[in-house]
Design a protein around this ligand. Structure first.
Ligand code: FES
Length: 172
């Protein structure tokens, strides 16, 4: 009868056990770390920081006649000074909400997204925008400063020229 030789696989059981333990610990540590990160994110409030809706924009005399881009970056608002009045235009296109740019040489706001053009008064003169730009509520404080409230806006000609959306500078 022929002898059957059995050969054990060439493994070192001690090293295998160590490798297994290290792998298990590494997996556990990764799981614990990712759980801690997820818990940390859960504990921190998911707040969207936006600029306040109401802000002081200086005094009317700070603005020469024309369109001021001074508050665009911070507040997304243009202060427009006409000869005898001042108003604040919200820098949001009435088509799909992009931010138009002011071109002083052409006296136009132009939206880079789909080509809407607006006059200095905010009226649409080209492109798909369905309505004029919105004007924000403005008040002249007793200190002589302009208070702009972006939470109250008006776009309709006739209503946007009302006292709430325009500061008269007839006395100046
Ligand atoms: S978003 Fe301004 S033209 Fe479309």
């Amino acid at each position: 009868m022929e002898e059957i030789k059995t050969t054990a696989p060439n493994v070192n059981p001690e090293i295998t056990r160590k490798d297994f333990l290290w792998t298990a610990w590494a997996a556990f540590a990764t799981f614990a770390a990712s759980s801690a990160v997820a818990m940390g994110r859960f504990m921190l409030p998911n707040v969207l920081y936006e600029s306040p809706q109401i802000f002081k924009a200086g005094k009317p005399e700070d603005y020469p006649v024309g369109v001021s881009t001074r508050w665009m970056k911070e507040q997304r608002v243009w202060i427009v000074r006409a000869e005898n009045s001042l108003y604040a235009l919200w820098g949001r296109c009435t088509h799909l909400g992009c931010t138009p740019n002011w071109f002083d040489a052409e006296k136009r706001f132009k939206c880079p997204c789909h080509g809407s053009n607006f006059t200095m008064q905010g009226d649409v003169i080209a492109g798909p925008a369905p309505k004029p730009l919105n004007r924000c509520a403005v008040t002249l404080l007793p200190t002589g400063e302009i208070l702009v409230d972006k939470s109250i806006v008006e776009t309709r000609p006739g209503l946007r020229e009302k006292k709430q959306f325009q500061i008269s500078l007839d006395h100046a």
